[in-house]
Design a protein around this ligand. Structure first.
Ligand code: BG6
Length: 277
């Protein structure tokens, strides 16, 4: 499949984003000609695999479910590896839509609820806003998890830290332990995979002690921090080999429990990224 992508553009400031319809993945976001997202050099963009980089949306399960209605779905669900429809588009904003008819037979058979996902991406000045509306069109309630899996581009992970996580009890997925975050400034210095639930403070990503991006959230209470470190060389679609130095995933999610969405109801999950240069 050829890559289907389009650009949105803020004429006043020149900020822009590029969006792949496959996986509704924002693959580039630039303000003042500076790229803020990491896209793997080996990312597969032909629609055969979820895109390694940018902002793949995760729905209806974070990770792999061992039981329940999502147990037969692949890791991180089906939103990031299906072709979405372009529902509407203006110069600086677009809405993509995913519904049961867009799913592969295996995804549909695994998760058979009636639903609609509407994903609106907007660039404006220093901001990129991504808003996911999850609509339960079924007669039954369903449970879901969701997350915006943002890969931020950094010059050197050695000089990067994340603020806003201090005092939160997090689950370390590498060691399978629960720990209290003692650091004011959280750094990745080895393979990192953590779920920080109920993060109430705004999250700031710093490089060289300067704020790089501010992450504001609505309906996404949890933060996942991920960097594969040198293990990235074992990932077929990750490049360059030392590319872990140039990225940090700070992911806004509703992932620490299952969220019940009643029949006929909707849930809005939104993040706004603000770049500081
Ligand atoms: C993170 C998870 O959100 O995504 C990690 O916490 C996972 O456990 C990572 O390894 C990447 O997942 P994937 O499926 O894109 O390789």
């Amino acid at each position: 499949m050829e890559m289907k992508a389009f650009d949105i553009f803020d004429e006043t400031t020149g900020s822009k984003a590029r969006v792949s319809l496959f996986g509704a993945t924002v693959i580039s976001w630039q303000t003042a000609k500076t790229e803020h997202l990491f896209l793997s050099e080996k990312a597969i963009l032909d629609g055969t695999k979820a895109i390694r980089g940018g902002i793949p949306p995760v729905f209806p399960v974070f990770g792999k479910a061992s039981e329940g209605p999502c147990k037969d779905l692949p890791q991180h669900g089906f939103a990031r590896d299906h072709l979405w429809q372009l529902s509407s588009k203006n110069a600086n904003t677009a809405t993509l839509r995913l519904a049961p008819d867009d799913l592969s037979k295996s995804a549909r058979d695994s998760w058979s609820y009636e639903f609609e996902l509407l994903y609106t991406i907007t660039v404006g000045g220093a901001n990129l806003t991504t808003r996911l509306e999850i609509v339960n069109k079924d007669k039954k309630d369903f449970e879901f998890q969701t997350l915006l899996h943002t890969y931020f581009r950094v010059n050197d992970i050695a000089n990067v830290h994340v603020d806003g996580l201090h005092g939160v009890s997090y689950a370390d997925k590498i060691t399978s332990t629960k720990l209290m975050e003692k650091a004011e400034h959280v750094k990745c210095t080895a393979e990192t995979d953590r779920v920080y639930p109920q993060v109430s403070q705004p999250v700031h990503i710093y490089e060289n002690d300067k704020v790089k991006v501010i992450l504001a959230r609505d309906g996404l209470d949890d933060i996942v921090l991920w960097n594969p470190w040198t293990g990235c060389k074992n990932m077929a679609d990750f490049g360059p080999e030392d590319g872990y130095r140039n990225m940090i995933c700070v992911e806004a999610g509703s992932v620490n429990k299952w969220y019940k969405l009643q029949a006929g109801h909707q849930y809005v999950a939104q993040q706004t990224l603000t770049a500081r240069l």
